[in-house]
Design a protein around this ligand. Structure first.
Ligand code: SAJ
Length: 423
């Protein structure tokens, strides 16, 4: 076995933490992964994964077999601590930092002088400073850097005994293993020495550029990237609603407009889902409610899209007697199993609650309906059965198997393709 590059404790073994932990293990770090779920911990220690992400199974298996990745319910001592826990929002779109707080407090007793603590969770501006405060409050012996120093690219003196930085994850679900290595990383230090220390760590396994800044800019950078995408998707979604009203084919329109050398319109869909783009822009709105007008409106436009889809189904269903409605796809986008914040689930829920017909669902990435739908009159069926029985086919996620459907199977059906997959 090669010499270990050092020990890393990764807190949170979800969509970001587990790929990161297993990648670090295969790069030569000794990795101690921590999660609150015993099922996840036990599974990982058997070399199994509890989430689906292409190529993750192979990596986790080899990391565990090599003895370099171990999962546990408790943290342990390490050179580097990575916090990769969820940052959802509470009622009123207020950021919920309770997982970051609990994770920080759980490691505080293990952190030693010279260690590096990195927050990877997408966070509102000011959270890294808050992490330092939680560390200090839980373990008053720790000497932490003072915030509000501007990071430079020069090598500053190691002023801090404990180094604290923010390095937001930027990987795209479905391409995580590749993007973890290839993407450029923005590293924001609580002080310049922390930024330097964290950058040196990322350079050991990232092929992209590692860019240094202060922690507040790094926090805002991640939120900005997702808000930028949300605003652009909202533009496409608003266009689709306008085009419906004006009897213009939005897919053809966007294809043509995108021939302009400086126009690159994204694709409309049933709404924006996932734990990132549907959530993070609210962190900006929450921090600057009077100023973030466009960002708020984009969120509202995207959040209104599921209701538009339901209205379209309602209109068609009203013309039929006891219609069978096949809903294809529950995940928030194509070719993944992630159902978080999925507009497809909201749509199926509303169709069932309104009793618009017999509701069939096809989702090749799940073996059972999520709790929200299990209580409703909705059946999970195979694709072929749905295609045969349906009067209305509603495409919600453009999974590979749906894109490959023989168009003859759609003949005589009412087809509502929210993704433009069958054009
Ligand atoms: N969507 C559209 N039309 C489009 C593109 C996307 O309706 O043209 C919808 C998708 O169907 C989905 C949602 O938007 O419901 C979000 O999907 P996505 O592929 O745009 O992004 P995520 O949420 O999977 O990942 C994003 C990425 N951020 C950016 O591209 C700026 C990723 O790099 C981040 O790491 C991730 O958020 C995150 O964790 O924050």
């Amino acid at each position: 076995m090669n010499k270990s590059l050092g020990k890393v404790c990764v807190v949170g073994l979800g969509y970001i933490g587990l790929p990161t932990a297993s990648l670090l293990a295969t790069k030569g770090y000794q990795v101690h992964g921590v999660d609150v779920s015993r099922t996840a911990v036990d599974g990982i220690n058997r070399g199994e994964i509890h989430i689906y992400e292409p190529d993750l199974d192979v990596l986790v298996k080899s990391a565990v077999q090599s003895g370099r990745l171990k999962a546990s319910l408790e943290p342990s001592s390490a050179d580097v601590f990575i916090i990769a826990v969820p940052t959802p929002f509470k009622d009123g779109h207020v950021p919920d930092l309770s997982f970051v707080e609990a994770a920080t407090k759980s490691i505080a007793g293990w952190v030693q002088p010279g260690n590096l603590v990195i927050l990877e969770s997408t966070s509102p501006v000011g959270t890294t400073e808050q992490v330092a405060q939680w560390l200090r409050a839980t373990n008053p012996k720790l000497a932490l850097p003072a915030a509000k120093q501007k990071a430079t690219s020069g090598r500053g003196p190691a002023s801090a005994q404990v180094f604290v930085a923010h390095c937001p994850e930027r990987v795209l679900p479905g391409r995580i293993m590749r993007e973890l290595v290839e993407n450029d990383r923005v590293v924001g230090g609580l002080d310049p020495a922390s930024a330097e220390k964290a950058a040196a760590f990322y350079r050991t396994f990232v092929a992209g550029q590692v860019l240094l800044t202060d922690c507040r800019t790094a926090e805002m950078c991640k939120l900005t990237e997702n808000a930028f995408r949300d605003v652009n998707i909202a533009f496409a979604n608003e266009l689709s609603i306008i085009c419906d009203k004006l009897s213009v084919d939005v897919w053809e329109l966007i294809r043509l407009a995108n021939h302009h050398p400086r126009v690159k319109i994204l694709q409309p869909g049933p709404g924006v889902g996932g734990h990132c783009i549907a959530v993070d822009p609210w962190f900006i709105v929450n921090s600057a409610p009077d100023e973030a007008r466009l960002i708020r409106t984009a969120r509202e436009v995207n959040d209104s899209k599921p209701a538009q889809v339901v209205a379209a189904v309602r209109q068609h269903a009203a013309k039929l007697k006891k219609p069978v409605i096949a809903c294809l796809g529950l995940s928030f986008k194509a070719d993944i199993d992630d159902l978080r914040e999925s507009p497809a689930i909201e749509i199926v829920c509303r169709l069932a609650e309104e009793k618009l017909g017999t509701i069939l669902v096809v989702e090749p990435y799940v073996s059972a309906l999520p709790a929200k739908l299990a209580a409703l009159p909705v059946r999970l069926v195979q694709l072929q059965a749905a295609l045969v029985q349906a009067d209305i086919i509603l495409l919600l996620a453009d999974h590979r198997e749906f894109r490959a459907v023989d168009r003859k199977a759609l003949n005589g059906k009412i087809v509502l393709d929210t993704r433009g997959a069958w054009r």
